[in-house]
Write a protein that binds this ligand. Structure first.
Ligand code: ADP
Ligand code: MG
Length: 216
């Protein structure tokens, strides 16, 4: 548990830098997954977006929420594509929710992730099961909520939720895409995991790494 102050803002900058490095390391794989059902630009778009997010997060000090709100706008402006708008708005909605929190505790983080997911669903009109990034996010958030109810700390709750996110991502391989470019393939979209589901798992894993290091 930490105060919602400039230290939290610096933690948000650390998290963004770590997420960028993790996604950069997987850029080609994300591109290949997107090429199997879409146009192959997902890895490049995510890296472009995250570089801009890190740059936007740098600069004036602020609380974590303000830093993330700036990062989300930077991401959307640079990334392009469906995921550019969706992931940028997700980061921004998380930031705006956290900016209003009293403390950066596990409940505030779960509420912020709720706001982020609601934003993705409002903009993209997808639901879990449509073979999108939501198939990683939705099981993650459900598991995080369950852990919160048992009184878990943020790092324990995050660690408990990650395997659920991974299972959700893996399950997209057997799904038929209902949203985005891949939906045009219909039945032929089966057989590969969704690129956006994979990138969200990479992001959530990288965030968890920083949370764990902080807790240690
Ligand atoms: P584009 O499809 O414009 O090339 P990207 O390749 O960057 O964009 O992103 C594709 C990913 O975006 C998909 O793998 C999927 O996870 C996600 N996606 C696409 N449309 C939606 C939507 N309506 N709701 C949620 N996620 C979506
Ligand atoms: Mg694409």
């Amino acid at each position: 548990m930490r105060d919602n102050d400039a230290d939290g803002g610096r933690l948000a900058q650390t998290i963004l830098a770590h997420v960028l490095a993790a996604v950069e390391a997987r850029e080609l794989e994300l591109g290949r997954l997107d090429a199997a059902a879409g146009d192959g630009d997902h890895g490049a778009g995510m890296v472009r977006g995250l570089r801009a997010a890190v740059a936007a997060a740098d600069g004036p000090e602020g609380v974590a929420g303000d830093i993330l709100a700036r990062a989300g706008t930077g991401f959307t402006d640079a990334a392009g594509g469906a995921s550019g708008a969706l992931v940028g708005s997700w980061i921004g909605a998380i930031g705006r929710s956290l900016a209003g929190a009293d403390r950066l505790d596990v409940a505030a983080v779960a509420d912020a992730l709720d706001a982020g997911q609601a934003m993705i669903q409002r903009l993209g009109k997808a639901k879990p099961g449509d073979k999108t990034m939501l198939d990683t996010l939705d099981p993650f958030l459900r598991a995080l909520r369950r852990a919160v109810e048992t009184g878990a700390t943020l790092d324990a709750a995050w660690a408990a939720a990650l395997p659920e996110a991974e299972a959700g991502m893996r399950a997209t391989a057997e799904m038929i895409a209902k949203r985005g470019r891949a939906a045009r393939l219909g039945e032929r979209s089966r057989g590969h995991v969704d690129a956006g589901a994979m990138s969200l798992l990479i992001i959530l894993t990288a965030v968890g790494d920083v949370i764990r290091q902080q807790a240690a």
